[in-house]
Design a protein around this ligand. Sequence first.
Ligand SMILES: NC(=O)c1ccc[n+]([C@@H]2O[C@H](COP(=O)([O-])OP(=O)(O)OC[C@H]3O[C@@H](n4cnc5c(N)ncnc54)[C@H](OP(=O)(O)O)[C@@H]3O)[C@@H](O)[C@H]2O)c1
Length: 243
Amino acid sequence: MKILITGASSGIGAELARQYASSNNELILLARREEKLQALKAELLPHAKSIKLLIADVTLFEELQEKMKAIDTLDMVILNAGISLGHNAEITPFKEFKKLYDVNLLANHAILEVLLPKFQAQKSGKIVFISSLASLISMPTAKAYSSSKRALNAYAEAVRYKYKKDGIKVITILPGFIRSELTDKNSFHMPFLLDTNEGVRRIVDAIAKEKRFYAFPLRFYLIISLLNFLPQYLRDKIVNFIN
Ligand SMILES: NC(=O)c1ccc[n+]([C@@H]2O[C@H](COP(=O)([O-])OP(=O)(O)OC[C@H]3O[C@@H](n4cnc5c(N)ncnc54)[C@H](OP(=O)(O)O)[C@@H]3O)[C@@H](O)[C@H]2O)c1
């Protein structure tokens, strides 16, 4: 399989690369930090069929699209690059809010604008969106992150409906807390926190099973679903209490 992984220099993306590194797989790893990607390449080269690095900032949309155009064939893209602004009670500065939307949402469309016609032409292709359980409940301290991931779910759903007839499979993954550079910045208690290896093992398994929507860990997902099922006034009370 030829697989493109965005945000492959650390955390979930780097571990995805490790778990997909096998003699059958050609990996294309994209991120900004070249030294991190070079170290990962050195580590994985003995295991993978081939590894190509794309040093790119996903918010530089035109350059990103040129890099996508240079990819000839592809079996799967894992849209994993993402940022969080942490939890902050203050009003988010517009510039930071926009940057987050550029990375977490718009870059994915910039990539797919180029890749979708290629997938359509070959009548196959898997698109994996790494969303978040945070998309299912809006924490007042993470407005930009929660809303960007909820928008990503809506976008992914639309892509799934639209391109099903072309043999394109869309998989949306909603992880809870997984150990990474992103979560290392959190100073609060993270319920049901998973090790990177275990979290990514579950993602890889869900992709292999071609689950359209996979939210985990299950107990955390059920708690959030239950909250969403409650009448609004009760949910407001609980969310405000948690905050
Ligand atoms: N960890 C969790 O608990 C958790 C839970 C739910 C969802 N997620 C999602 O999982 C994904 C991966 O996050 P992570 O936890 O593994 O965090 P991470 O360790 O901070 O990794 C984020 C990755 O995104 C890349 N990235 C960020 N901005 C970029 C840009 N402008 N251009 C290119 N690449 C960029 C980073 O690479 P460079 O800095 O080298 O560019 C890095 O490889 C994100 O979409 C996140 O929202 C994480």
